[in-house]
Every structure is written in C-alpha cells, then in structure tokens.
Design a protein around this ligand. Structure first.
Ligand code: ZN
Length: 151
C-alpha cells in the first residue's frame, strides 16, 4: 500500500466519495473528517502544483469552484476555504473547508486547521457526502457520478 495518503484514497470507502472523474477526485479523508471538510485531489501521484499537466491545470479551477459551491450551499457556511500547502502530503490536493458561523475569530482563516483537535466527527462528515455529491453534480452540469452509485 502506498505511503501517500492522497494515493491511498483511491481505495477509499465509496461512502466517502463525493465525485471522481478522469483527473480529479473528492473524498472525506480520515484524520481530516470534520463535518464540512472535503479533499479535492489529483488522481495520480503528482507532486505539488508544479507537476500538474495542462489538462489538470485547465480543469482544477472548475472542480474547485463547483465543490466550493456545493459545500457552501449544503452547509450554509459564510465562508468556504480552499487550502493547499504542498508540504505534509505533497501529492497535489486542496482541503475545501466550510467555516461555520460558530467558529470563533481566532480559529478562522489559517486557524481553521485547529478544528482537527476537537471537531473530528467521521460519522457526521460522511453523512454530508450524498447531499454535497448531489449538489456538486448539479453545479458541475456534468455526468460525473459518485463512485458506487447507480442512477
Ligand atoms: Zn500520491
């Protein structure tokens, strides 16, 4: 098994998958499973943004936009963040994190990651997947289907 967490998400439980297409996938990731947090990742092992192909670069923006739109619509969050550090897990990915009204000022923006300390809720995070997946599918206007579903 790969020691790369984003690569290992290819074997994620279908219940954790918001969408997958040829180039991109979005899942709820163990260890980051705060309700309203989703990881958008390139499906091959590409190190950081500099390793993305033209096709990946051309499609990333729309995937990020539609995912932010879906997460914002479902959570009602006043802000939804897109975070990319390229350090701990340099396989290119972005954490899309709803920042709810209840998050205090000192935990907003870069402080959002402190929510891993006390807001991990795997069941609550997974419970949002079907709704976010449905809204994402509508916003993207594509025929992208959630892995493991048939419709
Ligand atoms: Zn990887």
């Amino acid at each position: 098994m790969s020691d790369c967490l984003p690569c290992r998400m290819e074997e994620a439980d279908p219940d954790a998958v918001v969408f997958r297409d040829d180039l991109w996938a979005c899942e709820v990731v163990p260890g980051f499973d705060v309700p309203g947090w989703f990881v958008l990742r390139v499906r091959r092992h590409a190190l950081r943004i500099g390793a993305l192909t033209d096709a990946e670069l051309a499609t990333y923006g729309r995937r990020a936009r539609d995912l932010v739109g879906a997460v914002t619509e479902v959570t009602g969050a006043p802000a939804t963040y897109v975070l990319t550090f390229g350090e701990a897990n340099p396989h290119f990915h972005s954490l899309v994190a709803a920042r709810g009204e209840e998050v205090p000022p000192e935990r907003r923006m870069a402080g959002i990651l402190t929510q891993r300390e006390d807001r991990l809720d795997p069941a609550g995070a997974l419970a949002m997947v079907p709704t976010v997946a449905a809204v994402y599918a509508r916003l993207s206007g594509s025929d992208v289907l959630r892995a493991g579903t048939s419709s």
